[in-house]
Design a protein around this ligand. Structure first.
Ligand SMILES: [Mg+2]
Length: 211
């Protein structure tokens, strides 16, 4: 299936609901964040919630790099309150600057997570670089035309992704391939939920992204 190359490794509602402590425990050390609509609404300064998240992440022990296709003043405006590494005009989805980001954080592609709201830039680029990717739903659902157009284009891919997730949820354990540490973590987190609950969660995520 040609769409699979775009599928994120994980999909959650928000960058603020990720179990970062769990990932650190599983061996992850580096975080690459998109800014606009992943951490704050498009063009906004770091708000209290973002500042608190970055404090928490630094305390856990993560090394962080902001990776934005936006221009220097915008990225510096966000970074002035969180003080991490950053790359502007990153040219996502090209993988070059994902590698530069892992060098800046002195981590490796295996121990880094990419967190972003856009399938064809943040996530696809992370996959090309071989980094574990987490798709989040955009903070601001009323977006400018260009971004709405991209959402429209990604929608069929996300539909396929949604179906493949549901198939995986329904799959018997014996059919599972050997798991990555992130997949094992995800399963540990999800084992308390029934198949019906997990399918309902996938539908919730999809609907919240496209309404
Ligand atoms: Mg974004």
């Amino acid at each position: 299936m040609m769409f699979e190359r775009f599928f994120p490794d994980e999909w959650v509602e928000s960058a603020y609901s990720i179990d970062y402590e769990g990932y650190f425990e599983a061996g992850y050390r580096g975080l690459i964040f998109d800014i606009d609509n992943t951490l704050v609404p498009h063009g906004a300064d770091a708000d209290e919630r973002a500042i608190a998240l970055f404090d928490r992440l630094k305390k856990i022990g993560f090394d962080i790099c902001l990776l934005s296709n936006n221009k220097k003043p915008r990225v510096e405006r966000f970074n002035k309150d969180v003080n991490v590494n950053y790359i502007f005009k990153a040219g996502k989805p090209y993988s070059k600057n994902y590698y530069v980001a892992t060098m800046m954080t002195r981590t490796s592609v295996q121990s880094t997570l990419v967190i972003g709201d856009q399938l064809f830039t943040d996530i696809y680029g992370g996959k090309l670089a071989g980094i574990h990717t987490i798709l989040v739903n955009p903070i601001d659902k009323k977006e400018e035309f260009q971004v709405r157009l991209k959402r429209f284009l990604e929608r069929p891919v996300m539909k396929f992704y949604k179906h493949s997730l549901k198939e995986k949820v329904a799959e018997m354990p014996k059919n599972r391939k050997p798991e990555s540490k992130a997949a094992r973590m995800r399963r540990r987190k999800e084992k308390h939920f029934s198949v019906a609950e997990r399918i309902a969660r996938i539908d919730r995520l999809f609907n919240s992204r496209y309404t």
